[in-house]
Write a protein that binds this ligand. Structure first.
Ligand SMILES: [Zn+2]
Ligand SMILES: [Zn+2]
Length: 339
């Protein structure tokens, strides 16, 4: 079968690999749509230390059910499904307390194990989610980045009426801002790129701040009537934004760190104590795919606004190259078999 194969960093092509067959407890799907995520670009560039090569990439994968486990009662052949790509062990400490998203032995499709940019994928039944009929194929994969944003908002215990500063208006930040709106919180998007701030406002965000040409701390103080933000979602991984989060957050506030910084960052930990901050990491998600798909289906979160373009499966390798060379041109690209 055909796949999008990374032979080694920088060497990507459509390649024939051995046909996938269904494994026990798994569902075999014919893949229909595949989102390109930042981690796929990281794998292409060779900067993700978790990726081993050769590797079929892709973890935002939707398709049609071809074969089911024998005892299956809910899913049927032909159903449209989205796979949850975080395969956990079920035995380690985080798994034992329900935090399967940060399993010590986590294997993610397209990173540690073969990805879904291929004609067929077999994946555990418990990590397959039925997709509402009204979501088009090229939109379904975006439910995966949405769950990451939802988890970040939940980690920080965001409540209605609270101000949520979101640093970084990439797909995770823009989806976090939209999810914050659905729960009645007030997002403040901070990003150095004006086009991204314009898009935030089109998506219903009232407050946007460009930290390059404004004093972001003063601006957030003004918006929050001096309190500062009860919540900060750090979605950029940028060292200045991470440092900024500690100034943007209120006393007794919450910070969720969802961006992955490249290096260690020195931080003024005395401020953690002085302000009594709750700072939490936020990785992947747990149990949120059904709600994510429902929010998209009901039009509560506009994921289509983030879609830069839809490409044919055969054009995925060249598109990955172009995103790597010109990341500023793209927010989200989804590949489909039938364009
Ligand atoms: Zn993703
Ligand atoms: Zn585990």
């Amino acid at each position: 079968m055909k796949s999008v194969l990374l032979q080694s960093p920088g060497d990507i092509s459509i390649a024939e690999i051995e046909q996938t067959t269904r494994k026990q407890g798994e569902v075999l799907i014919k893949v229909r749509s595949m989102g390109i995520c930042g981690s796929d670009i990281g794998a292409y560039r060779g900067v993700n230390p978790l990726v081993t090569y050769p590797r079929v990439i892709g973890h935002e994968i939707a398709g049609e059910v071809i074969e089911l486990p024998e005892n299956e009662t809910e899913l049927k052949v032909g159903d449209r499904v989205l796979l949850e790509p975080y395969v956990y062990c079920g035995k380690c400490y985080p798994c034992s307390i329900g935090h399967t998203n940060c399993c010590e032995n986590l294997t993610v499709r397209g990173v540690h194990i073969e990805g879904g940019m291929a004609e067929y994928v077999s994946h555990p039944r418990k990590l397959m989610h039925k997709v509402p009929d009204n979501i088009p194929w090229n939109i379904i994969p975006m439910a995966e980045p949405l769950v990451i944003s939802m988890h970040a908002i939940k980690q920080s215990e965001t409540k209605a009426g609270e101000h949520v500063v979101i640093t970084g208006a990439g797909q995770i930040g823009l989806l976090a801002a939209q999810y914050a709106l659905t729960i009645g919180a007030i997002p403040i998007v901070v990003d150095p790129v004006d086009e991204r701030l314009d898009l935030s406002r089109k998506l219903g965000v009232t407050h946007t701040v460009n930290p390059v040409n404004t004093d972001a701390v003063e601006e957030i103080k003004r918006i929050t009537n001096g309190r500062m933000a009860e919540v900060v979602i750090e979605a950029s991984g940028d060292a200045r934004a991470i440092r900024g989060a500690i100034d943007y957050v209120s006393y007794a506030g919450h910070i969720s760190l969802v961006g992955w910084p490249k290096n260690d960052i020195p931080l003024p930990t005395a401020l953690f104590t002085k302000k009594e901050l709750t700072i939490r990491g936020s990785r992947n998600s747990v149990g949120q795919f059904p709600e994510s798909l429902r929010l998209i289906s009901e039009g509560k979160v506009n994921v289509a606004a983030l879609l830069t373009k839809t490409v044919a499966f055969v054009d995925l390798p060249n598109t990955v190259k172009d995103i790597s060379d010109h990341p500023e041109k793209y927010l989200k690209v989804v590949g489909v078999f039938d364009l």
